[in-house]
Design a protein. Sequence first.
Length: 89
Amino acid sequence: MRAIVTVVGPDRVGIIAEVCGLLARLNINIIDISQTVMEDFFTMMMLTDTAKATADFDGIADALAEKGREMGLSIRVQREDIFQAMHTI
């Protein structure tokens, strides 16, 4: 299954490293990544492959949300099909 991970919050050193490190520990492959800093706000979207993940989808969502709380960021994950349906006109 593919999923979209979004990260939003105040910019600081190490955001990409910490989030990608967590994904690696969960055995989640990053297929595509886009990030930008707008003024002092960091935003990142990643398309990921969770087929070989060591946790189920709820476990992945919980781990990312906890990492977001630790880092003072909003980190969310959505299944790609749901994300696409929500953003199709």
